[in-house]
Write a protein that binds this ligand. Sequence first.
Ligand code: F0G
Length: 452
Amino acid sequence: MAPQPKVDDTLLRCIGCGAVTPVAESGLACATCGDLLEVVFPQPSAKPPLDAAALKALWRQRRSSQLPADQSGVWRFREVLPSLREEHQAITLREGSTPLYELSRCARAAGVEHLYAKHQGMNPTGSFKDTGMTVAASFARQEGFHWVACASTGNTSASMAAYAARGGMRGLVLIPEGQIAWGKLSQALDYGAVTCQLKTDFDGCMRVLNEVVQRMPVYVLNSVNPYRLEGQKTAAIELLEQFDWEVPDHVIVPGGNLGNSSALGKAFLEMKELGLISTLPKLSVIQAEGANALVRTIRETGGKKLIPVQANTMATAIRIGNPASWKKAVRVLEATGGTVEQVSEVEIALAKAEIGADGIGCEPASAVTLAGLKKLVKQGFVKPRETVVLILTGHLLKDPEFTLKFHRGDLLAGTGYEKEAGLLNAQQRAPIVLEASVDAVLRVLEQAERAG
Ligand code: F0G
């Protein structure tokens, strides 16, 4: 990637060769070896760290403040984020502060007693991307960028378009044609981004973007941007706060480009370093079978060498074959003792419907977490008595087409999985078309009551 102009004086470390440089010299990739960068924690310039108890109290106290930066579930944790020159300059849609739900039916389906969902789909644009975008977009604006850009499977583009618009910047979106859920595409359009549907896949969009930024002063807001991951850390901190700083045994995350798992893992490690927690949750990553680069990388090379794949899955958000942050994710798996698993299209569809039937709902990519959990319980990696948190990354309404096809029974048509369609029957609730008659409705009601 081209050297990017100065953003601020935060120190970044290369995850490959370990070189530490100010961001002004390094851009978004290491000038020496080209690998990804991460924000050094703690920053040498940081104010003397508060002790653990004081930090917990300060973060909690901000929840009753009216200041925009305190109302943001991201900037509320600003002691562990890179600092803006002026904190009121944050571009915020009041992201974060997402609910933690108990999933009782899903718990029974998976065979565990204590199952929770941290629903990142409850963010302003409907996905976890907002927590990172508020930070990276704010730094882009602080340094006077006119254009910000991303390649995306949909959610990043929706989020970036919103934050660019709020921050008075222009947004350039590159998405794979025909592989984006409608909810996400319509958001990018509505928020006013220049939206290009490229005749390629996500990995192809990423390649084109890397060339574009060589030629134009455009700031990249993909998760290779280390500021994005700093913002995404806050979901893990907020989760710990919601558990009163009792550490859950397992946190399960979907894996695509692998930025989110890396960010959550970084947060858990930093919270331990700061003394806010004394143990770590095991952080595990679940991928779709058809987009399983990390699973193969771990199983076939012990995490030493990336095995890219030609990605294909109906969970379009994670249809990624060449994940940029794979090394960061491997490090997090090793540091927390987590694992990887892959799940089939049918398993994803079933798990999504089960999360819906718990009154929560999510987009298909998020449902890999429940599907993966079932396997991890069967393998004995997750014990029935352990506390498990699924990170639900996107809102149900992001991809209504998937849900409608599922309930109408034609999700698997033409996919090669038709033989397994019967496995989904019990969860299907197709809409019932009737004459406008009271008797007809009552008959349906009685039938439904009998069926239970
Ligand atoms: N879940 C959803 C709903 C996503 O949109 C994504 C990624 C992921 C999971 C995977 O997260 O990439 O950090 O491992 N979506 C990106 C996008 C790539 O462009 O919206 P990851």
